[in-house]
Write a new protein. Structure first.
Length: 482
């Protein structure tokens, strides 16, 4: 962990919801236990008037203890956690919230540093941000920051409307749009891997790289989230945000300096340089019945809450071209889906083959292109595959990897939310999404939302519909299916 965060009050809207219980409260407790945030107090905020400080502390203790009530968690909750109902979110409700915040800050001698975390359904983002600002809470003796969970809109028009609503009471420097993928150590390490190692950065261009694959595969289905997922679909849920963010980090130019403004500026340039894909270039799929091992699983339309005959896509594969000096002519292949063969997130860079083969006269000795695999989850690490001579009298080539594994070198990695919440406390926006990024990404992917053809079925436990193989195209490598 970095240096100790400044004293602050963390106002958590939606404090008893699933996200707060599973991710945010445990992350705050771990930061406290690690000594990174010893003077951060939490004010849980929900509509419910039947909860008070004591009952909220009990809820939080069980959340951070995995359903039990550990002593350490109970001590943290009793000394750091408070609760305030927000009712219907009227001006009077927000005025009461402001009074409670001032009372807590006075009691604990806090300097007026405030974080407002909106762990809410998307419809609540704009009215809640307005209500907080209208109560005068966007300005304080210290600093005030607003954290917004994805999705940031559901198309370009709604994303622009949300940005305008947030900017009514908050400056862009105060807004932290959180995408938990950017909090993963291996995602952050893409910057270090590229820009701290001249060996790789010198090869990171169209002269040496033939193609790039980005895969975010999930082995789970929609997990009781039909109410959210069916109207959203895979483009909104994954392609427009997670995969677009990985694309920008892989393809961006070196920033002028290692700070949020410079890095996010280069990411926007990538999105603005992508040649807009046609809807016909997107392969959409929907998982059907299948098996994981010996266990049968239902198809998407058999999931609880999914409308009969739903045409929502759960798989997408897309070829993109980036029209700039570094990447012109290099295809980027993006693939994501649910109920695929295994859970894995990888970036695969296929290097060009040698222009002349010295081994043609030897049978079974055609060299393969070198491949760099950046594994983001699970078993985080890097793998460089290259050819060597197989020992023996015959002249045969064998493909072997050099590898680096995070767990072997450093032990368990911190959770993404721990990293991101500490960055919010420290005022570092590097790993958060700027309004310009949101709109540039939606400008690119909104035309893909209204597909004219139904999604292609694929068996649960497979790697998606066979049609996804066709977009790789002649001269490129097949999908890597680890």
């Amino acid at each position: 962990m970095s240096a100790e965060a400044a004293p602050a009050l963390f106002c958590l809207f939606g404090a008893t919801g699933d996200l707060a219980r599973r991710k945010i409260l445990p992350a705050l407790f771990k930061l406290h236990a690690a000594g990174a945030a010893p003077n951060v107090y939490v004010l849980g905020v929900t509509r419910t008037a039947d909860i008070d400080d004591t009952s909220f502390r009990g809820i939080a203790t069980e959340a951070v203890s995995g359903g039990s009530r550990s002593r350490e968690a109970a001590v943290w909750a009793d000394s750091r956690l408070h609760y305030q109902p927000i009712g219907d979110g009227t001006p009077e409700d927000h005025a009461a919230l402001a009074r409670r915040i001032e009372e807590i800050e006075s009691r604990h001698v806090l300097p007026g540093n405030r974080i407002f975390y909106l762990a809410l359904p998307p419809a609540g983002f704009a009215p809640t941000a307005r209500g907080i600002a209208s109560a005068g809470l966007a300005r304080s003796a210290g600093w005030s920051r607003l954290v917004v969970e994805k999705p940031f809109g559901h198309d370009l028009e709604s994303a622009r409307a949300l940005n305008e609503a947030l900017h009514e009471g908050w400056t862009e420097e105060q807004i932290y749009r959180i995408d938990h993928y950017l909090g993963k150590e291996t995602v952050q390490n893409l910057l270090v891997f590229r820009f701290a190692n001249a060996m790789f950065e010198s090869l990171w261009n169209r002269d040496r790289i033939e193609s790039v694959q980005i895969t975010v595969a999930e082995d789970l289905g929609i997990e009781q989230r039909a109410g959210y997922y069916d109207p959203a679909g895979v483009v909104r849920d994954m392609l427009q945000n997670h995969l677009a963010q990985l694309l920008t980090l892989v393809a961006m130019e070196p920033p002028s300096r290692l700070d949020a403004a410079a890095i996010r500026g280069e990411k926007v340039k990538v999105l603005e340089s992508v040649r807009p894909p046609a809807p016909s270039e997107l392969v959409r799929g929907q998982y059907a019945e299948g098996k994981f091992g010996e266990a049968p699983v239902v198809g998407y339309r058999g999931e609880k809450g999914v409308p009969a005959g739903s045409q929502t896509a759960t798989f997408a594969a897309l070829r993109l071209e980036i029209d700039n000096w570094r990447w012109l002519g290099v295809p980027f292949f993006l693939r994501t889906g649910k109920r695929l063969a295994r859970r894995v997130t990888e970036v695969v860079l296929n290097f060009r083959e040698p222009p002349v083969s010295l081994f043609e006269r030897y049978e079974a000795c055609r060299p393969q292109s070198d491949t760099l695999v950046l594994r983001l989850q699970p078993d985080e690490g890097f793998f460089l595959y290259f050819d060597v001579k197989r020992p023996g009298a015959s002249f045969e080539l064998a493909r072997q990897p050099l590898h680096f594994n995070y767990a072997e070198a450093f032990g368990p990695l911190p959770e993404a939310y721990e990293t991101l919440l500490l960055d919010v406390l420290e005022g570092d926006q590097t790993l958060f999404v700027h309004s310009a990024e949101v709109e540039a990404s939606w400008r690119l992917f909104t035309p893909l939302l209204d597909a004219a053809t139904p999604p292609l079925p694929y068996a649960a436990g497979s790697w998606g519909p066979e049609a996804s193989e066709a977009i790789i195209g002649e001269g490129s490598r097949a999908w890597r299916n680890p």
